[in-house]
Design a protein around this ligand. Sequence first.
Ligand SMILES: NC(=O)c1ccc[n+]([C@@H]2O[C@H](COP(=O)([O-])OP(=O)(O)OC[C@H]3O[C@@H](n4cnc5c(N)ncnc54)[C@H](OP(=O)(O)O)[C@@H]3O)[C@@H](O)[C@H]2O)c1
Length: 293
Amino acid sequence: MPALGFGTLIPDLIDTRNATKAALEAGFRQFDSSERYRNEKEVGEAMQEIFKEGAIKREDVFIATKLWNNNHRPERVKPAFEASLKRLQLDYLDLYLIHTPFAFQPGDEQDPRDENGKVIYDDGVTLLDTWRALESLVDEGRCKAIGLSDVSLEKAKEIFVSARIKPAVVHVESHPYLPEWELLEFCNQNGVVFQAFAALGHSSEPRLLDDPVITSIAGKINKTPAQVLLAWAVQRGTALLTTSKTPSRIKENFDISTLPEDAMKEINEGIETRERFNAVVETGVPGFIPKGR
Ligand SMILES: NC(=O)c1ccc[n+]([C@@H]2O[C@H](COP(=O)([O-])OP(=O)(O)OC[C@H]3O[C@@H](n4cnc5c(N)ncnc54)[C@H](OP(=O)(O)O)[C@@H]3O)[C@@H](O)[C@H]2O)c1
């Protein structure tokens, strides 16, 4: 699995298509998508266009997508997986993740709500039931690896202990304001890839890209703050996901290099701000938390 990954959580469908192509052309070979993003079709079309040109083949690219909360019932897993593959125009996936540990009411509605606007959860299925259905996809050879997303250390351990096929990847929000050292240590000890999403802090407030520690290192080594943050993530042993709809930034984000050891130390020890930007881990409802500061 290439460490440097491109995420396709891009609301506009034309932007999704252009950004996916630009990311492949810039050198990204690891991609993340999700049925929840409702743009797998555009991601698939963009990839096919590039594959048809011939220089990059399907096998050169590590492609992941995720099962959404309304499809946790075991009998819904394979149809959801097949539907994602079809939209992505692929015949296998490199990685299939359970998007969140929260099961919503089974059905085609991705965001089921009651008359008071409250999410309708499904207490008739456990995360382990869903995990077993993902294990079957690996058995059938349609998916090379399976993993968990938006889980706590406790939840990751729970599945890890009971799983016949262990999670290959744990995908969570992580950056210098949310380093998740304990979870990273668990992953390292158990041969699990820790995959950090929102590696740049999603441009949310407080802006990680403007953190004085990051901007001062960037100035000293003649790199941009984004390049410093992405290099930090790779250098501490994680895979990562970053996203941009801007071609120049996509190129910039692929052009990273090793940070001096003292810069790693400065980020690890000099940054004290702690912030989670995405609240999905609390309820399963997606979304970055708007904070006007
Ligand atoms: N499992 C989950 O629940 C979950 C949740 C969230 C995200 N994810 C995954 O993780 C991926 C990455 O998350 P993210 O979108 O939060 O990533 P991010 O890279 O932290 O933030 C993306 C934001 O940073 C800006 N940006 C990108 N490169 C930049 C640069 N070089 N300089 C300045 N600004 C830059 C982008 O702006 P422009 O686009 O305007 O250039 C965009 O606003 C998603 O696409 C998705 O695949 C998963």
